[in-house]
Design a protein around this ligand. Sequence first.
Ligand code: R5P
Length: 293
Amino acid sequence: MLVVEGTSKTGIGKPLAAVLGAGFVEAGQRIFPDGESEITIEDHEEGEDVVLVQTTYPFQDKRLLELYLMAHEMKRRRVKSITAVVPYLAYARQDRHFEGKNNIVSISAVLEMLGSAGVGKLVTVAPHKKEPLAAFKGKVAVVDPIRDLASGIKGDFKDPFILAPDKGALDFAKAAAEVLECDYAHIDKQRDRHTGDISIVNAPKEGIDSKDVVVVDDMISTGGTIAQAARFALSHGARNVAAAAVHLLMVDDAHEKMGAAGVSRLYGTNTVNFEKAKLVDISELIAQSVRRT
Ligand code: R5P
């Protein structure tokens, strides 16, 4: 078996190869003046099982296309099987036709694209929802890192309270609260699809006074969701507010926005590398999942 660390350089490939007892190579990359990538992958034994590691952020489209190119090349080399480890799977949120829009269900197209390049197994971490991945023709394994994330931050909180910023994050909050051995609750929010504005519809009124509130979510993009939850927690007496999410996309001024809302600490995982946060390494967890698949 051979693990190929893709152009996104996650740092997950090497530990993954060690756990799997596999060979390891890093894809080389040169960017042409016009922005196109030239990718090189060392020759390897014929008929091997290949694991390609490529996260798809930042620059979703570029990383996805590079993943396609690398898989396509593996297929051309007639490897035995191709497993794509995609810690952050871009487009997973575009999983349906939204009300009143003629949008493309992009995740279906992405899955089809990977399948056509010969990817037979897909391993990803905390996709927005699992159901849309059923459209993939091969095998899918979903890694749930919330317990590892919670364990990694547990020692930093004396008197924690877990807050989910919306109903969708409730399962995460419950699992994190189990690990941190504390209470949890969720906010009901509503997002205006046209303006993007978020408003709180319902929220816990008790339990957060004088607590170290940790807002947990699957991802942070613009930081708006976390900022709103932080303002809510602080206005209801929280001693301080931290944020913990699996994928830290941290678009534009997300970090500053959250800081201005009172978020004093930020935690994530290494599905995406955001240097200003404490990142919990989930390579081992991913490796276990690849081994099972
Ligand atoms: C939405 O349902 C997701 O779970 C996140 O809450 C959302 O994507 C976060 O986005 P933002 O940081 O832009 O508020």
